[in-house]
Design a protein around this ligand. Structure first.
Ligand code: NAG
Ligand code: NAG
Ligand code: NAG
Ligand code: NAG
Length: 444
């Protein structure tokens, strides 16, 4: 009994020793080689802003020697981005590369001669775009066209009778036509691609937006503007007696749509649709943003506003104590913006809003809609899941709000996230008051 007992104990001791050695070796490995989960985390962070949602191997590449040409792309920055993505998705449907489209540098709705055509690669990095979107869509240069024989011209249908179904039918006929299949260039003529029927889910658009990277010169200016905002934050913090609680003073970007043209447009829109949530006055925006719960004050508020409002000091007045409003002029970055045409100014503002700690915009604005899409996409890339059900737990610095919709009894604006499962871009392109999260919004 005694001997057996000793044997068992000795055996126990040997097992313990072996376990200790194994643990020691494991520890050594952990210290000297980065663990896979850490590497995964790093990869998540470093791929910020430049990852595709879909696994590349689930996609089939498009042909790089057959091309599609589309009409001039026009209107606001985000109408143009949507038109661009729709052209690319059409090209993909036809298994073709989109010939470098022509964007418009200035914001003219009617006078076509004033549009100032601007090549895609004067604003977005072409090489990066094609490498990030490889296997999905491609933009090709005119120099790649080998055969200068006449292209096939396809007239996009229009009018009330031209339904979404007919439009899709036309595209299908085009893909099934053997003669056209081998033709180098198909040219679509007619209305601008923003007005084409939409056949694609939000995810496809999001994937393309994720491949759009600003060229270096513009990106550097985005960084300059954001550093200016952060500098104000640092100064404010140094001034503040209440130090310590807040490591970084947050910045809230507010896309403030209150210029005259918009107010006329949105009032008409409200009359036509019988909705009363489209227009927000300056006072309403101020009130709603002031009621956002959980922001550590002081905070810097960046106002993304139309140039016409830069002359109007009243946008800087009336903010709650602790919220410090700045626009381009007061921030001292007007010089940076001034050297660019409309389209690029707007692209810089877009990034400043998209990268803000907190964003508030109007859910009937395409600009705001695409900012929230990019912010939602970023959360998914960072690994957040089931955004909807976890919304309340989400750190405030990831929040986006629609100030035109009341969120609850407290007077705060409604939290806003893009429904990534939406089957078309309709709600983002034309605005919506349905930004509720209760539907199927999980990251599936
Ligand atoms: C395009 O055509 C190529 C060659 O015919 C084919 O391998 C590829 O799967 C097609 N891609 C799409 C998106 O249809
Ligand atoms: C251009 O295309 C036409 C018709 O598709 C063909 O007959 C001709 O040989 C081509 N020319 C060149 C230089 O490839
Ligand atoms: C910080 O305090 C100084 C002196 O009181 C003042 O002039 C300055 O405007 C303050 N800066 C900010 C960003 O509030
Ligand atoms: C609001 O959007 C969700 C999808 O995000 C949809 O399921 C729901 O039916 C919409 N509600 C209305 C009133 O349109």
């Amino acid at each position: 009994m005694g001997l057996a007992n000793w044997r068992v104990r000795s055996c126990n001791f040997q097992i313990k020793l072996i376990i200790a050695i194994v643990i020691f070796i494991l520890l050594l490995r952990a210290v000297f080689s980065p663990s896979p989960s850490f590497a995964w985390f790093q990869q998540r962070i470093s791929s910020y802003g430049a990852t595709r949602i879909t696994e590349p191997n689930l996609r089939v590449a498009v042909r790089k020697d057959k091309f599609l040409e589309v009409p001039q792309i026009v209107w606001g920055l985000n109408n143009q981005k949507i038109a661009l993505a729709r052209s690319l998705l059409t090209a993909r449907f036809l298994n073709r590369t989109l010939l470098m489209p022509s964007l418009s540098a200035s914001l003219f709705y009617k006078e076509v001669e004033l549009l100032q055509p601007m090549r895609f690669d004067k604003i977005f990095d072409l090489e990066k775009f094609n490498s990030l979107c490889d296997g999905f869509v491609q933009v090709g240069q005119y120099s790649k066209l080998s055969n200068k024989t006449d292209p096939f011209e396809m007239q996009k249908g229009s009018g009330r009778k031209w339904t979404k179904e007919r439009d899709l039918e036309q595209l299908k006929e085009l893909t099934n036509d053997k003669k056209l299949h081998d033709l180098e260039l198909v040219r679509i003529v007619g209305k601008n691609p923003f007005l084409w029927h939409d056949h694609w889910p939000v995810r496809d658009y999001a994937e393309i937006f994720g491949c759009l990277t600003l060229i270096n010169d513009i990106e550097n200016d985005v960084v300059k503007v954001i550093s200016k905002i952060r500098e104000i934050g640092i100064k404010v913090k140094t001034n503040s007696t209440n130090t310590g609680s807040n490591p970084v003073v947050p910045y809230i970007a507010v896309h403030m749509r209150i210029e005259k043209d918009w107010m006329i447009h949105c009032k008409k829109w409200e009359q036509r649709t019988g909705m009363n949530q489209i227009c927000s006055s300056k006072q309403e925006i101020l009130d709603r943003v002031s009621h956002i719960m959980g922001i550590n004050l002081p905070a810097v508020v960046y106002l993304a506003i139309a140039d016409s409002l830069l002359e109007d000091d009243s946008v800087l007045k009336g903010w709650k104590t602790g919220l410090m409003p700045y626009e381009k002029r007061r921030l001292g970055v007007w010089e940076i913006y001034k050297k660019y045409p409309y389209l690029i100014q707007s692209a810089i503002d877009f990034e400043v809003c998209s990268r803000a700690d907190i964003f508030a915009g109007n859910s009937f604005s395409t600009f705001s809609g695409l900012v929230v899409l990019s912010r939602t996409q970023r959360l998914l890339k960072l690994g957040f899941k089931d955004l909807c059900s976890n919304q309340d737990q989400l750190d405030i610095r990831f929040h986006s709000y629609a100030y035109n919709i009341l969120g609850g009894k407290t007077g705060a604006p409604k939290l806003w996230m893009t429904d990534m499962a939406d089957l078309s871009l309709q709600r983002i392109s034309y605005g919506t008051n349905n930004i509720s999260c209760d539907a199927n919004m999980s990251n599936s």
